[in-house]
Design a protein around this ligand. Structure first.
Ligand code: G6D
Length: 339
């Protein structure tokens, strides 16, 4: 059986709480984000339910947030589209990051709740991304549907249409930690038929063809994070030393499984890449609410390759044509291992 209830906090922030027999999951209209996901009382995502209205206004790490209109960095905040050059906010100098300071992570979305009588519950979030706010071309009408079902699968669907040809590369910035004691995630294993890591340059930007096939390098398709962090392969080691962990796009197989000794997290997506960030430096947020250590979570930001517009030009997959209907779907399912 599944049921929902809504808690109104300050600043127009609402918490939408969904319960089924094993799990409790909480979303908020502020950034159409996930706030909490408890499975058999074990919270598997980073977030703050109690002080949400204060915590998320200040949190600079995009906890659980929908991110856009463009997830990831754009080099120098600049791109060319249809023979016009655009200069965006360089909010992560010299790059533009995650749609800028007026990105959808900061939007108060409208929402409605659809309860499908026990099978699944949907929260349908809507907002408009305005050219006047982020200086990309065109206004985008955006719908994000978060669905939670009786099989403990969380699905995210994006529907969008723009009144001008523009860029659109949304993602969700949830941080997972499957450890009951919330210890660092270095003990988690990543499994997929393909695990090609895109190497980053000194501005945290992927270079198109520079990838490393980790399944081939480690001669297996199930790799512990510590094996990546401590690899003696010169190219991988240089990346881990520079970034103190992962902050990298991956090309993966049909499914990615992340697991520890108690849980399996199964992720599927129709997007070509997933950025894995292991929360490598948490020191930039000077707040009593920042209780987080490095590697206390990992993201699975499904998206097109960051900076694709400057890598592929008119062939960039994040180009959304005027009036073209955009759709993408990502699912995360939690499964408890039988001990
Ligand atoms: C840092 O480089 C990382 C990003 O990938 C991440 O999304 C952000 O922190 C929260 O800028």
């Amino acid at each position: 059986m599944m049921f929902t209830r809504v808690e109104h906090q300050r600043n127009g922030l609402d918490l939408i709480k969904i319960d089924n027999d094993e799990a409790k999951i909480v979303f908020t209209n502020y950034g159409a984000r996930i706030v909490s996901w408890k499975y058999e009382d074990n919270n598997i995502v980073l977030g703050n339910v109690v002080e949400a209205d204060e915590f998320y206004q200040e949190n600079p790490f995009y906890f659980g947030a929908s991110v856009g209109r463009y997830g990831g960095r754009i080099a120098d905040g600049k791109f060319e589209l249809d023979n016009q050059t655009y200069q965006l906010e360089q909010n992560d100098p010299p790059s533009h990051l995650h749609g800028g300071s007026n990105g959808i992570d900061r939007h108060l979305f409208d929402y409605e709740i659809k309860d499908e009588n026990g099978g699944y519950i949907q929260i349908i979030f809507t907002t408009t991304i305005k050219e006047a706010d982020d200086h990309y071309p065109g206004d985008i009408k955006l719908k994000i549907i978060h669905t939670y079902d009786i099989d403990n699968r969380w699905s995210i669907e994006y529907y969008a249409e723009s009144d001008q040809t523009t860029l659109f590369n949304p993602t969700n910035h949830v941080y997972f930690n499957l450890n009951r004691d919330n210890k660092e995630v270095d003990n988690h294993y990543f499994t997929s038929d393909k695990l090609n890591i895109h190497l980053l340059n000194d501005q945290n930007l992927p270079e198109a063809a520079a990838t490393l096939d980790l399944v081939n390098l480690f001669n297996k398709n199930k790799i512990r994070l510590t094996e990546m962090f401590e690899s003696e392969n010169a190219r991988l080691n240089e990346q881990m030393e520079t970034y103190k962990g992962l902050d990298h796009p991956f090309s993966i197989g049909d499914e990615l499984i992340v697991e520890n000794s108690q849980f399996l997290l199964k992720m599927k997506t129709d997007m070509p890449n997933v950025v894995v960030f292991t929360f490598n430096d948490t020191s930039s947020w000077k707040s009593d609410m920042n209780i987080y250590k490095a590697h206390s979570g990992f993201t699975l930001e499904t998206q097109n390759l960051p900076n694709d517009i400057n890598l592929f030009g008119k062939d960039a997959p994040s180009i959304l044509q005027k009036d073209q209907a955009y759709y993408s779907r990502t699912t995360y399912q939690i499964i408890e291992k039988l001990m």
